[in-house]
Design a protein around this ligand. Structure first.
Ligand code: AMP
Length: 538
C-alpha cells in the first residue's frame, strides 16, 4: 500500500518556493510592469494568509475576487485555498443583476476588488447580503477613492503590516478550494466547486506532453481571464513546474499583449480565439518579435480554420486547440498530431488542429445519440459528448435540479454535439444547449427571448447565434410584432427595451422582423430553420 498522501495546493506552491525561488512572475500593474520571484511571492502569500485571519476568514468561507489577471490575484489564488477558505472568482462581465446573484448565492464574506472595477461593486452593493469586508487592490497603500459602504481596506497596506510567520494547515484533499459560476441555459448562473484534489490532478493533465507539455523552461501568459475556470488552471500548473508567468493586467488590448509577449519572451499564451484574432494583425506588422512563441493555446470557442492556418503558415506559430468547460476544470481535449502523423502535409495537419482534439489522460468519454446509444468512431455519426473523471463536476453548487439535468448515471452531459474519428479526435459540430458564446462570454438566447417578449408589442421572439469574424458568435433576434406594433416598432425600440436589462455584450447585433417564428412538430421555436433560412443563405 502507498501513503495516503493528500493532494493539496500547498504542495504546488512549496515546490515553486523550494526549487524555483528565482523564477519570475511578471504582472502589468497600474503604473508599470511589476516583477518578482516565486521566493518573493511565497512571502506575500504567507502574509496574505495572516491578513485573511485578521479579516475573520474561517475554513469554508467564500472569498470573492473581482479582478483582472495580475500578481495580486495569483497570490489570492493560493492564499485563500491554502487557509481552507474557498476562492470565488467573479466574472466582471456579468450583468449587475447576475453579479449580485452569484455573490449572494455563493455567500461571499470578503471581496477583493481591483481598483478600476470598484464601480461594478458600488452599483450592486445595496443588494449584497453576505459581504462583510472589501479589500481594494492597487499599486499604492492608500485606499483609492470610492463610494463603498462598510469596512474597506487597501491590499498593499494590509500586506505591509502583516507577519509572514504562518503554518498553513494540512487539509484533506477533498476540501473545496475554488468555485466558479457559469451561465445556465436560462435563469441564474450555476456554480461549480473545485477541490484541492481536483485542481492538483487537473494540473497533471495540463503539464503532460499530450496536452500543453508545460515545463520549467516555459514562460506562460494566461490571457484567459482568471475569472474563467481558474484561468484554465494554468496559474496552478505553471507555478508547480516553476515556469515564468506573465499576467497582462487590466483591460489589455492586442498591442499590449504583443508588447508583453515580446518584452518577457513568452513561449506559451492561452486565450479565446477572439484574442488571437486581435493579435494577428499586430504581429503581422512586424513591430514585435514573436519567434520565441512555441504555441498559442486556443479554446473556449472553436478555433476557426483561417486563424489556425494564418498562425501556422504565415507566422509559424502553432495553435494548440483545446476544449473544456467550467464543469470540467476545464481541460478535456487537446489537439495535436500523433507521432506517426508528423509526415502529413500541412493541410492535413490543419484539419487535425481544427478538431478539438484527443481526450487527455485521466478522463473517460463517450458520445451518445438521441436513443442513448454510443456513436461509432467514424468521424460522421454525431452524438452528445459525455465525460467522467476526477476533475469533472459531480454536482452544481446548491442546485439539485440543475445537477439532475446534467449529471446522469455518473456522466456529465456536456450539451456539445460531436463526431469522433477513428483516431479518437473529437470535433464539436453543434451545441445542444441554447447558449451563444461571444468573445468567450456566454449569452443565454432563452433569457434574451424572454426579455424581448416582455415588450408590449412583441408576440414572439427567437434569438440565434450568427457567425462573427471577431467575436466568433453574436446574437441575432427575430421578432414577431402584434398588429398594433407592426410598421410602428423599430429595431431601435427593441434594442432600447433590451439594453437596461442586460450587460452590453448581450444586446443583439441585429433585429429582424418576421411574420412568424418557424416551429417544430411539437410547437417549439425551430432555430435550425431560422439559421438555415436567414444565416446560412447570406
Ligand atoms: P465555459 O463553461 O464557459 O468554459 O464554456 C464551455 C463550453 O464552451 C463548452 O461546452 C463548449 O460549448 C464551448 N467550447 C469550449 N471550448 C471549445 C472549443 N475549443 N471549440 C468549440 N466549443 C468550445
Amino acid at each position: 500500500m502507498m501513503m495516503d498522501y493528500q493532494l493539496t495546493l500547498k504542495t504546488i506552491l512549496s515546490r515553486a518556493k523550494n526549487i524555483y525561488s528565482k523564477k519570475e512572475v511578471i504582472s502589468r500593474d497600474y503604473s508599470e510592469d511589476f516583477k518578482y520571484t516565486y521566493g518573493d511571492m511565497y512571502e506575500r502569500v504567507k502574509k496574505l494568509g495572516n491578513v485573511l485571519e485578521e479579516l475573520g476568514v474561517k475554513k469554508g468561507d467564500k472569498i470573492g475576487t473581482l479582478a483582472w489577471n495580475n500578481h495580486r490575484h495569483l497570490e489570492i489564488y493560493f492564499a485563500v485555498p491554502m487557509t481552507g477558505a474557498i476562492l470565488h472568482t467573479l466574472n466582471l462581465r456579468l450583468s449587475a443583476e447576475q453579479l449580485a446573484y452569484v455573490i449572494n448565492h455563493g455567500e461571499d464574506k470578503v471581496i477583493f476588488v481591483d481598483k478600476d472595477v470598484v464601480p461594478l461593486l458600488e452599483a450592486i452593493q445595496d443588494h449584497l447580503k453576505t459581504v462583510e469586508k472589501i479589500v481594494i487592490m492597487s499599486d499604492t497603500k492608500e485606499v483609492p477613492e470610492n463610494n463603498l459602504k462598510g469596512e474597506v481596506f487597501s491590499y498593499e497596506a494590509l500586506l505591509e503590516k502583516a507577519s509572514s510567520e504562518i503554518e498553513f494547515p494540512d487539509l484533506d484533499e477533498k476540501t473545496p478550494a475554488a468555485m466558479c459560476y457559469t451561465t445556465a441555459t436560462t435563469g441564474n448562473p450555476k456554480g461549480v466547486v473545485y477541490t484541492h484534489r481536483s485542481i492538483v490532478l487537473h494540473c497533471f493533465s495540463i503539464i503532460c506532453p499530450e496536452a500543453l507539455d508545460l515545463h520549467e523552461s516555459d514562460c506562460l501568459m494566461p490571457f484567459v481571464p482568471m475569472f474563467h475556470v481558474n484561468a484554465w488552471g494554468l496559474p496552478y500548473a505553471a507555478t508547480w513546474v516553476g515556469a515564468n508567468q506573465v499576467y497582462p493586467g487590466s483591460r489589455p488590448d492586442p498591442e499590449t499583449v504583443c508588447r508583453l509577449m515580446d518584452d518577457y519572451k513568452v513561449t506559451l499564451g492561452a486565450g479565446v480565439p477572439t484574442i488571437w484574432m486581435g493579435t494577428y494583425p499586430v504581429w503581422e506588422q512586424g513591430k514585435y518579435e514573436y519567434s520565441h512563441i512555441r504555441g498559442l493555446v486556443c479554446g473556449g470557442s472553436a478555433a476557426p480554420r483561417h486563424l489556425i492556418k494564418g498562425y501556422s503558415q504565415v507566422l509559424g506559430i502553432p495553435i494548440i486547440h483545446a476544449y473544456g468547460m467550467t464543469e470540467t476544470s476545464p481541460l478535456v481535449l487537446a489537439s495535436k498530431p500523433k507521432s506517426y502523423m508528423q509526415d502529413l502535409d500541412e493541410e492535413e495537419k490543419i484539419n487535425i488542429a481544427t478538431k478539438q482534439g484527443l481526450l487527455v489522460p485521466g478522463l473517460e468519454m463517450k458520445a451518445i445519440d438521441d436513443e442513448g446509444n454510443e456513436i461509432k468512431w467514424d468521424g460522421t455519426e454525431m452524438g452528445e459528448l459525455l465525460l467522467k473523471g476526477p476533475w469533472i463536476a459531480g454536482e452544481y453548487y446548491k442546485e439539485p435540479e440543475k445537477t439532475e439535468e446534467t449529471i446522469k448515471d455518473g456522466w456529465l452531459h456536456t450539451g456539445d454535439i460531436v463526431t469522433i474519428d477513428q483516431e479518437g479526435y473529437v470535433k464539436i459540430v453543434d451545441r445542444a444547449k441554447d447558449l451563444i458564446k461571444s468573445g468567450g462570454e456566454w449569452i443565454s438566447s432563452v433569457d434574451l427571448e424572454n426579455i424581448i417578449m416582455t415588450h408590449p408589442n412583441v408576440k414572439e421572439a427567437a434569438v440565434i447565434s450568427v457567425p462573427h469574424e471577431k467575436w466568433i458568435e453574436r446574437p441575432m433576434a427575430f421578432v414577431v410584432l402584434d398588429d398594433e406594433g407592426k410598421d410602428k416598432i423599430t429595431e431601435k425600440d427593441i434594442l432600447e427595451h433590451i439594453e437596461p436589462k442586460v450587460s452590453r455584450i448581450w444586446v443583439p447585433d441585429k433585429v429582424e422582423f418576421i411574420d412568424e417564428i418557424p416551429k417544430t412538430s411539437v410547437g417549439k421555436f425551430s432555430k435550425r430553420v431560422l439559421r438555415e433560412k436567414y444565416v446560412e443563405e447570406e
